[in-house]
Design a protein around this ligand. Structure first.
Ligand code: ZN
Ligand code: ZN
Length: 258
């Protein structure tokens, strides 16, 4: 079982889920050319992908989707709003699949449930991916953790969770005021302390592994994210194994939490 990030951050996002029969790519925010060797490194060839699930139309999530789909004839799943906003060129109509949030669908025996996330895009969503035994989830690009997100992620075995920025680094950083406000707003991104509180909730409710992802290059560092989250989780009384929490590298594949 594979569940890991291939790249992570505003420079590009992609997550790979794979079991014996099914290979699912969630987002392709880098060129197909750059993605293919990373997939290979994870033991998967692009031609073996069953589908691409897109979370939303921001370039760091869909830059390579069009080329990848055309080159390898891969179906692309996205919400109607994401399709409307996504600039991916012409995709074979047979490979254009639209879903409604919370309506589960099946890909090669794997059950996928898209869920709504609060972010400044047309109709953004995260995904829960379910095998017979376990549930996995991708939840990045969220201004805050809604009740709906908490509910659907509760009990997931492994979660790729956004830890975008450190509050103080954002406040003191060089971003213009409007951008700071956007990032910290309810439709922006998740800060380390909010991520930590939610991670603590997840660990208390059965989650075994979390990868912190989509870190800001400017307003966070892997050490800051990791240490902030770890400290809050520990002070919350969660007894954490060392392998349970990790940080997604920006340009390389992460550890496997499948
Ligand atoms: Zn993003
Ligand atoms: Zn976004």
């Amino acid at each position: 079982m594979i569940f890991r990030t291939l790249v992570s951050g505003s420079s590009g996002n992609a997550v790979l889920f794979s079991d014996d029969n099914t290979n699912i790519l969630i987002d392709c925010g880098i060129s197909a050319k750059r993605l293919i060797p990373l997939l290979c490194q994870a033991g998967i060839s692009a031609g073996d992908l069953n589908c691409i699930l897109v979370t939303h139309e921001h370039t760091d999530h869909c830059a390579g989707v069009g080329v990848l789909s055309r080159k390898f004839n891969i179906p692309v799943f996205a919400s109607a709003g994401t399709w409307q906003g996504m600039n991916v060129g012409r995709i074979n109509p047979e490979n254009v699949v639209t879903f409604n949030n919370y309506d589960s669908f099946e890909v090669g025996g794997i059950v996928v449930t898209p869920f709504k996330i609060p972010h400044d895009a047309n109709m953004p969503n995260g995904y829960v991916i379910e095998t017979h035994e376990k549930k996995y989830a991708v939840a990045t690009d969220m201004g805050y953790v809604t009740k709906g997100v908490a509910e659907i992620l509760k009990g997931c075995h492994s979660v790729i969770l956004e830890a975008n920025y450190d509050k103080e680094m954002l406040e003191k950083g060089s971003y213009p005021y409007a951008l700071k406000k956007r990032i910290a707003g309810n439709l922006g991104h998740l800060c380390n302390t909010d991520t930590a509180k939610f991670a603590s909730f997840l660990f208390k409710n059965g989650t075994e592994k979390i990868i912190l992802g989509h870190l800001s290059e400017e307003n966070n560092t892997p050490d800051t994210a990791y240490n902030t989250v770890l400290q809050i989780i520990k002070s919350d009384g969660v007894d954490l194994k060392e392998s349970s929490l990790s940080v997604a590298p920006r340009y390389e594949i992460s550890i496997n939490i499948g």
